[in-house]
Design a protein around this ligand. Structure first.
Ligand code: MRU
Length: 344
């Protein structure tokens, strides 16, 4: 992605460290955080310095590579297993995290007892996972471009851009591709309470890319459907199940219901790392609940009755019946066929 004229990935390996754009500081400050151990990588995933399903998948992969560098030969396997478990536990909903950490874990263990080689392989495997993820997004951008009409007015939710992936983006990857192919677009960006990934990050990426857009309150989506000003919806996903049910940022399901009611196509864009071939349906997906504080204050300023309890699910499930198609690197498929098609 281009930020202030320079090319970046959201996470990358450099000089034996993991580097990441600090997403908690954007758009007000552009800062790069560096990590030298798996514990701080896990913490950065938990506190959302790095966030977005494919991005945390790659961060987890690099986190395990860091663990391999510091693991002593005589405790290599137990150290790696501990790091694996800590990283995977950092956030529960996005399966990319499990896939990224598992990939590096499995590749690295193959080389034991050649520990020197195992450490090198851990870094190579993490880079391979990240490169594949980035390429996957570019390919799905091209596939998704086919379903974007010129002059489309598109609603997206949360941030499914280059920041949320290794590069390019999923939902925003499709939008970016269509824009670069010369299509005129307008993007409605729902703010995405409580952490504002839409109004902070998606709006930032669209502005950097020069794509016309406007931020709307989450609750304004219905108004724009009613006004017939939305032609299609595209979001990313944190997990895609075998039956085509998906998990994505809280508020996605209500956009899908609105789209169906208004007979507007609703698309999900997802790389291979977001498919969970062991998950038969959406009800099996673990939903992350986050801290009360996220709802009770904004930028440190209290906005809620202090004594009231809070319910703060971070994701919801959109059943396959509400999804027009899942955009993947191999094409755009009906939700119930997508897992089979990407695997084959
Ligand atoms: O809690 P977040 O910000 O990590 O949630 C991210 C999302 O829900 C994205 O829409 C999803 O990861 C798809 S990103 C390509």
């Amino acid at each position: 992605m281009i930020i202030n004229g320079s090319e970046y990935r959201s996470v990358w390996w450099e000089h034996g460290r993991l580097q990441a754009i600090d997403q908690n500081k954007l758009p007000f400050e552009f800062a790069i955080a560096a990590f030298t151990d798996f514990q701080t990588v896990a913490e950065a995933i938990r506190n959302m310095t790095v966030r977005g399903a494919p991005a945390i998948g790659a961060a987890g992969a690099f986190g395990l590579a860091l663990a391999a560098q510091s693991a002593p030969d005589d405790k290599f396997r137990t150290h790696l297993r501990k790091a694996h478990d800590v990283l995977i536990a950092a956030r529960p909903t996005a399966v990319d995290l499990v896939n990224g950490v598992n990939y590096v874990y499995e590749q690295t263990l193959k080389f034991i007892p050649d520990y020197v080689h195992a450490r090198q392989v851990a870094v190579l495997a993490a880079n391979e996972f990240a490169n594949r993820s980035s390429e996957d997004c570019r390919q799905l951008g091209l596939a998704g471009n086919a379903i974007i009409p010129n002059q489309a007015r598109i609603l997206t939710h949360c941030n499914a851009g280059a920041l949320a992936t290794v590069d390019w983006g999923t939902a925003l990857g499709v939008i970016r591709t269509a824009h670069r192919k010369g299509k005129e677009l307008f993007v409605y960006v729902s703010e995405t309470r409580p952490r504002f990934q839409g109004s902070r990050l998606t709006a930032f990426e669209l502005e950097q890319e020069g794509i016309p857009h406007a931020i709307i309150a989450d609750s304004a989506a219905g108004y724009y459907f009613w006004k017939k000003e939305i032609d299609l919806v595209i979001t990313g996903a944190d997990r895609v199940c075998l039956n085509g049910d998906i998990a994505n940022k809280i508020g996605t399901y209500e956009k899908a219901v609105l789209a169906k009611e208004h007979k507007i196509p609703f698309y999900i864009a997802a790389p291979l790392s977001t498919f969970d071939f062991g998950c038969t349906r959406g009800s099996e997906i673990p939903i992350e609940f986050r801290a009360d504080e996220e709802l009770k204050s904004v930028g440190g300023v209290p906005v809620a009755n202090p004594a009231s309890p809070v319910l703060n699910p971070s994701f919801d499930i959109t059943p396959a019946g509400f999804i027009t198609g899942i955009i993947t690197r191999k094409g755009v498929f009906p939700p119930r066929e997508a897992a089979q098609k990407v695997q084959g």
